[in-house]
Design a protein around this ligand. Sequence first.
Ligand SMILES: CC(C)(COP(=O)(O)OP(=O)(O)OC[C@H]1O[C@@H](n2cnc3c(N)ncnc32)[C@H](O)[C@@H]1OP(=O)(O)O)[C@@H](O)C(=O)NCCC(=O)NCCS
Length: 164
Amino acid sequence: MSDAKAAPVEVSFEPMQREDLEWVASQDKVLYPFPWTTGNFADSMEAGYSCWRMSEGGVSVGYAVLMMVIDEAHILNISVTRACQGRGLGRRLLDHLARVAWQAGARQLLLEVRPSNAAALALYETRGFAVIGRRKGYYPTPGGREDAIVMRLTLEDGIDDATA
Ligand SMILES: CC(C)(COP(=O)(O)OP(=O)(O)OC[C@H]1O[C@@H](n2cnc3c(N)ncnc32)[C@H](O)[C@@H]1OP(=O)(O)O)[C@@H](O)C(=O)NCCC(=O)NCCS
């Protein structure tokens, strides 16, 4: 493990603001083959989804969108800027979403992920997500369609402390 990875990561989480949208959408373009548009993020904010920007030392390093459906929370987007990946920030962002979901009354955290997204799959598995299904041809690819793996984490009492 490198020193950079071992160092404690000081991050903060701020609710996404309209002035963040251009930056967020520009990052999404870099990170995903089929990115969300500024409008998609704006619509998520408008719909009342839980939208977050993560900063490290005042610099934006990630963002996420969480949708609450009664006692379930769905992660619609979770992203760390390319230059900052592999330093534990994705884990911090995921833990933040789990805390937010718990505090809002959710007892399950759900998400979809591409089978080809090894980094994301590994992150979710290490945080205790289990595979609960597969949606056929859910995602577009340059050559056609790709399935989605559906994953679920059961949130438990004490998550506020466990993931702080
Ligand atoms: C997926 C993503 C959020 C992970 O964030 P990250 O900051 O790079 O991940 P972390 O450094 O917190 O890693 C946490 C764990 O994830 C796994 N992981 C992260 N990157 C990995 C990689 N490239 N290969 C394999 N496993 C990886 C490891 O298990 C790691 O634990 P470890 O450090 O103890 O080995 C980030 O890669 C990303 O934003 N990717 C592009 C957008 C995306 O695909 N989002 C997910 C959509 S479902």
